[in-house]
Design a protein around this ligand. Structure first.
Ligand code: 13P
Length: 259
C-alpha cells in the first residue's frame, strides 16, 4: 500500500476570521485541481467553523492545532475532541513542540490525547523533535525514540492508519534554518525503523511521516526527494496563498516523479 502524501499548514496563533477566509479562499482557488495528495489546514479554533463552510465542496481537510485530553467536563477554556469534530475537523495536531515547551505537555499527556483523538475519529498529526542542544549532544535519536514510544504507547497497529508522524526539529522551527534533506532523512528512516519494530513492515511502510521546520518553496523539492519524507507540516510559509500553494505543487510533483 502506498502511503499518503500530505501537506499540512499549521497557522499557529495567526489570522482573525476575515484574514482566515481570504487565505482559505485563495488556497481553494490555487489548489482545487490538485490530485495525488492530501491537503490539510490547521487554522486557529475561532476560524474553524467558517472555514469549514468554505471547504465543504473541496478535498482540503481541516485540522485543529491542539485539543484537550478529556471528553467533557469542568475544564474552563478547553476544547474537546467532540467539539472539534463538530466544527468539521478531521485531524488534530498533537504534541507540537510549542505545546511541549510553553504548556509543559509531556509524553503521558500526548499519549492520552492521541488515544482520545483516535477514539473520536480524529486523525492525529503527532509531532516529535529534538532541540538544538540535544542535537549537539548527539542525543537526537534517543529523544526521538523516547518521544515516539511514549506518544504511541498502547496504540495498536490498526490505529496507526490514523496517525501521521511529524518530525519537527525544534531548532528548525521558525528559524529559517531547515534540516538538510540528509539530516531529515536520517531521522525519518530511524522513525520508520522504530515503527517497523513496533508494528511490522506493512504498518511502518504505510505510515506517513512529515517533515516540519522552515519548509519553503525553495527547499521543498530537495526534502521531498528523500525516500522517507512523505510531506510537510508548514508553519510560516502556510500563511500566504502563493507560498503554501507553491509548496504543495512543487512537493507533490517531486514525490510523484520519484514513485
Ligand atoms: P515553520 O514552518 O514556521 O518553521 O514552523 C514549522 C512548524 O512548527 C509547523 O508545525
Amino acid at each position: 500500500m502506498e502511503r499518503d502524501i500530505i501537506f499540512a499548514g499549521n497557522w499557529k496563533m495567526n489570522k482573525v476570521i476575515k484574514e482566515a477566509l481570504d487565505l482559505v479562499n485563495g488556497l481553494k482557488r490555487e489548489l482545487l485541481d490538485i490530485e495525488g495528495c492530501k491537503i490539510v489546514i490547521a487554522p486557529p479554533y475561532t476560524a474553524l467553523t467558517c472555514i469549514n463552510d468554505v471547504l465543504l465542496d473541496t478535498d482540503i481537510a481541516l485540522s485543529a492545532q491542539n485539543m484537550f485530553g478529556e471528553d467533557s467536563g469542568a475544564y474552563t477554556g478547553e476544547i474537546s475532541p467532540a467539539m472539534l469534530k463538530d466544527t468539521g475537523c478531521e485531524y488534530a495536531i498533537i504534541g507540537h513542540s510549542e505545546r511541549r515547551k510553553y504548556f509543559k505537555e509531556n509524553e503521558e499527556i500526548i499519549n492520552s490525547k492521541i488515544k482520545l483523538a483516535l477514539a473520536n475519529e480524529l486523525r492525529a498529526i503527532f509531532c516529535i523533535g529534538e532541540t538544538l542542544s540535544e542535537r549537539e549532544e548527539n542525543k537526537t535519536m534517543d529523544i526521538i525514540q523516547t518521544q515516539l514510544l511514549g506518544g504511541l504507547k498502547d496504540i495498536s497497529s490498526q490505529d496507526m492508519s490514523n496517525v501521521i508522524v511529524a518530525y519537527e526539529p525544534v531548532w528548525a522551527i521558525g528559524t529559517g534554518m531547515n534540516a538538510t534533506p540528509a539530516q531529515a532523512e536520517e531521522v525519518h528512516a530511524f522513525i520508520r525503523g522504530k515503527l517497523t519494530e513496533l508494528y511490522g513492515v506493512e504498518t511502518a511502510e504505510s505510515t506517513t511521516i512529515l517533515y516540519g521546520g522552515s519548509v519553503k518553496s525553495e527547499n521543498i523539492e530537495e526534502l521531498m526527494s528523500e525516500i522517507d519524507i512523505d510531506g510537510a507540516l508548514v508553519g510560516g510559509a502556510s500563511l500566504t496563498i502563493a507560498h503554501f500553494s507553491e509548496i504543495v505543487k512543487k512537493g507533490l510533483n517531486t514525490k510523484l516523479q520519484r514513485r
